[in-house]
Design a protein around this ligand. Structure first.
Ligand SMILES: NC(=O)c1ccc[n+]([C@@H]2O[C@H](COP(=O)([O-])OP(=O)(O)OC[C@H]3O[C@@H](n4cnc5c(N)ncnc54)[C@H](OP(=O)(O)O)[C@@H]3O)[C@@H](O)[C@H]2O)c1
Length: 268
């Protein structure tokens, strides 16, 4: 399976590195075009990917083409590659935020298999949560192939395309919410006398361990909460304090407002 990446910046570059690191795809099977010559040169030298002189060469040599350029330049890149895509018919995988499979179809002007994906920044450490959907022309096999490749950089979830905004809030924005939570835990510890740096390390480990514990269990979060709250103890005191200060309501409102913002941005 030969892959092509149009754009190898933050996200394209992270996915390429993840795929190579995981051993799922060999570097010599990854073709790249990248406007920034320095990035392309260093990826060829350090990762061993195949730099292509132009998009035509990339599409000719690829079964799957990842569109990894910013949404603002996406339409012009599609305009530049559409004739070649019509001839070669690779599976097109777009990661452009806010650009639907329907609008990609309109930009192309013909039916072709398209998978839309939305990774998150944790792709860099092979722990992305990646959403996927497909257009009508793409087959089940196409989306399975995309899932198989992208599972190399973390978990994948097939969702309805109208849920991409919601996914972005809980997977794309949430790293920032979690960093805020980690910092708040550490700040509490600092207030009570612990060195902040050490408190941050401890808080991050506790958050990562709790997420892993939840993922491995088949229990509802509240069952796990009850398990660590001994009657009259310190944890239930803290949990009730968070409830008193409307922790859950604040998080739910943050997700809701992120989704509303996403919807308003995509209307413009
Ligand atoms: N970063 C994230 O956390 C994230 C999360 C989810 C989805 N995404 C999506 O991923 C896509 C890429 O985002 P990014 O953050 O990786 O952007 P980025 O860092 O700017 O990477 C895009 C790269 O593509 C290059 N490029 C621009 N025009 C090109 C062309 N015609 N041919 C080849 N390369 C070209 C850019 O070069 P120049 O800089 O020289 O223009 C840049 O190096 C976007 O659609 C975004 O919505 C990103």
């Amino acid at each position: 399976m030969k892959l092509g990446f149009i754009g190898a910046g933050n996200m394209g570059g992270a996915i390429i590195k993840g795929l190579i690191k995981s051993g799922r795809i060999k570097a010599e099977d990854i073709n790249v075009t990248e406007k920034n010559a320095a990035i392309l040169e260093s990826m060829a030298k350090e990762q061993g990917i195949v730099p292509c002189k132009d998009h035509n060469e990339l599409i000719n040599n690829s079964d799957i083409v990842f569109m990894a350029v910013k949404p603002v330049v996406f339409p012009s890149v599609i305009a530049a590659v559409k004739d070649k895509i019509r001839d070669k018919r690779p599976l097109l995988i777009s990661m452009a935020a806010g650009i639907t499979t329907e609008s990609i179809g309109k930009m192309l002007g013909f039916d072709t298999p398209v998978v839309r994906m939305m990774p998150n920044i944790n792709a860099e450490i092979l722990m992305s949560a990646t959403a996927l959907c497909k257009n009508e022309t793409a087959s089940d096999k196409d989306i399975e192939t995309a899932e198989d490749i992208l599972s190399a950089i973390g978990m994948t979830a097939r969702i309805d395309e109208n849920m991409f905004g919601v996914f972005s809030a809980i997977a794309g924005c949430s790293p920032a919410y979690v960093y805020l939570f980690i910092d708040s835990l550490a700040r509490g510890a600092q207030k009570m006398g612990m060195n902040k740096k050490q408190a941050l390390e401890i808080a991050a480990a506790a958050v990562a361990g709790s997420a892993e514990m939840f993922s491995r269990s088949d229990k509802h979060p509240w069952e796990l909460i009850d398990k660590v709250c001994s009657p009259g103890g310190t944890t239930i005191e803290g949990v009730c304090t968070l409830e008193e200060y409307k922790f859950e309501a604040a998080v739910v409102k943050a997700v809701e407002n992120s989704v509303i913002k996403d919807m308003s941005m995509n209307k413009n």
